[in-house]
Design a protein around this ligand. Sequence first.
Ligand code: V47
Length: 387
Amino acid sequence: MTTCCEINLTDTTLECIVDKVNNQERLTREDGIALYETPDLWTVCSLADSVRRRLHGETTYFNINRHINYSNVCALSCKFCDFYRKKDQEGAYEHSIDDIRNEATIALESGATEIHIVGGLHPWLPFEYYTDMLRVIREIAPNIHIKAFTAVEIVHFARITKRGRDGIAGISSVLSDLIANGLGSLPGGGAEVFDDRVHDEVFRGKIGSKKWMDVHRCAHELGLNSNATMLYGHVETREDRINHMIVLRDEQDRAEQNASEGKFQTMIPLPFIPGVSELSHLPGPSGVENLRTISISRLMLDNIPHIKAFWIMQTLHMAQHMLQCGANDIDGTVVWYDITKVSTETTHQECTTEDLKRAICDAGFNPVERDTLYRKVKRTNSGWSVE
Ligand code: V47
């Protein structure tokens, strides 16, 4: 297995970074910026590939999952988002608990091991809607892991239950109620970019970095694992991205001090997709910027085990390249996904297990089906289990 990266450098200023990566030393903020600035993208990708091979060999994970976006009605109006609608606006929707029950039944029948749920901050739905949603899924499909609600939704639930004024204790009590009803882990959404200027310019009104981290820390302290994202390629700078990664790395260092705490499992860099958002005049990040960002995420986040190239947003073809530049996961079968879409006609965006496996093999890796906690899934005629 390759653990050391031997490269003919075209940019000799990278020598010190290559040595650090080969010696498994932590990269600094300045190193991260140098990796963004170097014209030698090849070296950046190769270094990230050497780290991914040291950690995971040729294994690339996928899962059989189903995303549910229960409502697009949202009290916020983030400029990058073309998912949200106001209550009476054309296209606004909310799924009933019966709809959720049907979706859970289909997920069960399709062999899914995970249901991933996120939605807008609905101004009127009561907290019981969310706990009912978890409970019906739990009743129908007790083995399916429910990964649900971004930190932004959790803070919204604390507000609507009037527990927000209790600060961290309020967040903790909301999370405890959700766990009691079947919540298994938190997805990584809502982090955007941890920077006050970007926050004020693009997602003012949404929680900032401190609250986002409070929720994840609270979840970790309650024993839940979570993921992290970074929405890049809009008005933030490359330096802002490195700062974002370091904030995540520092928090993971803290969580690692306590073995019983949950951790960040996966980092998912999300390329901004302009769509018909208020920022639709921006081009979004280029393919090479996407490769560079996934590579640098792998290199900077030395304590987060998995890096996901979310094929829905990266495209399956780009995700294949990313497997060679640090990513070791491409998410799953997905089926319906409303937050970003390739067409205005439908939000049906599905990859079969065979499509995913073929894409991973074509990129030179071994596909391994995982559950949400990265345990290997074993399939038999009568169902599935984890090793
Ligand atoms: O929080 C919204 C982002 C996120 C756009 O945890 C956009 O395994 C690009 O977090 N262009 C939701 N991104 C998705 C998410 C996620 C996805 C896959 C796996 C996991 C995981 C988490 O999507 C939002 C926001 O940051 N987003 N609008 C856009 N126009």
